[in-house]
Design a binder for this molecule. Structure first.
Ligand code: G3D
Ligand code: MG
Length: 158
């Protein structure tokens, strides 16, 4: 079985930990749970008949971008950059998260999650500008969460 390290990056409170919990357990907990240090979760999935274990790294969300330890970034095959689709500042910060990550891992693949889509109206959703590798997601309702992770895994395995 092949193993791939992926990580989640984005501002505090955008839903990184919630997306992982939704993907791993398929549950969503309204209680706030602070991630202490780095938490590593695993999920096995099959991509074009290849079994792949995703090793998913989640860091304490309040850590400033520049202070994220190299050990967190190092050796990652891919990343999910997360913003809150209702908070412009978190969307603006994506560029810096992406640049920092690609400096450490220039060949890694990535996808973008504009999370908390459950808080958008149908019109706002329809009008939301999305890059090719981006998804509107909801950790709360599950929308596009599996697609987010499996698209990244497919990109990595290609
Ligand atoms: P982080 O790991 O990026 O810091 P968290 O973010 O996963 O801890 O989530 C931060 C807050 O956003 C939590 O609320 C969580 O429940 C909420 N949240 C995460 N994803 C979604 C989503 O898709 N929709 C909605 N509506 N809320 C979401 P609290 O209130 O506990 O701080
Ligand atoms: Mg977190």
């Amino acid at each position: 079985m092949i193993r791939k390290k992926i990580l989640l990056l984005g501002d505090f409170g955008v839903g990184k930990t919630s997306l992982i919990r939704r993907y791993i357990d398929n549950t969503f907990d309204d209680r706030y749970l602070t991630t202490i240090g780095v938490k590593i979760s695993k999920k096995i999935l099959e991509i074009r008949r290849i079994e792949c274990e995703l090793i998913i790294w989640d860091i304490e969300g309040s850590t400033p971008i520049k202070k994220i330890p190299k050990s967190y970034m190092f050796g990652a095959h891919g990343a999910i950059f997360v913003a809150d689709c209702n908070r412009e500042a978190t969307i603006k910060d994506l560029a810096e998260h992406i640049e920092t990550f690609l400096t450490v891992n220039p060949k890694a693949k990535y996808v973008i999650a504009y999370n908390k889509s459950d808080l958008l109206s149908a019109e706002q959703k329809a009008d939301f500008p999305l890059e090719e590798n981006a998804f509107l997601t909801s950790a709360k309702e599950g929308e596009n969460v599996n697609r987010l992770f499996s698209t990244l895994a497919e990109e990595i395995i290609q």
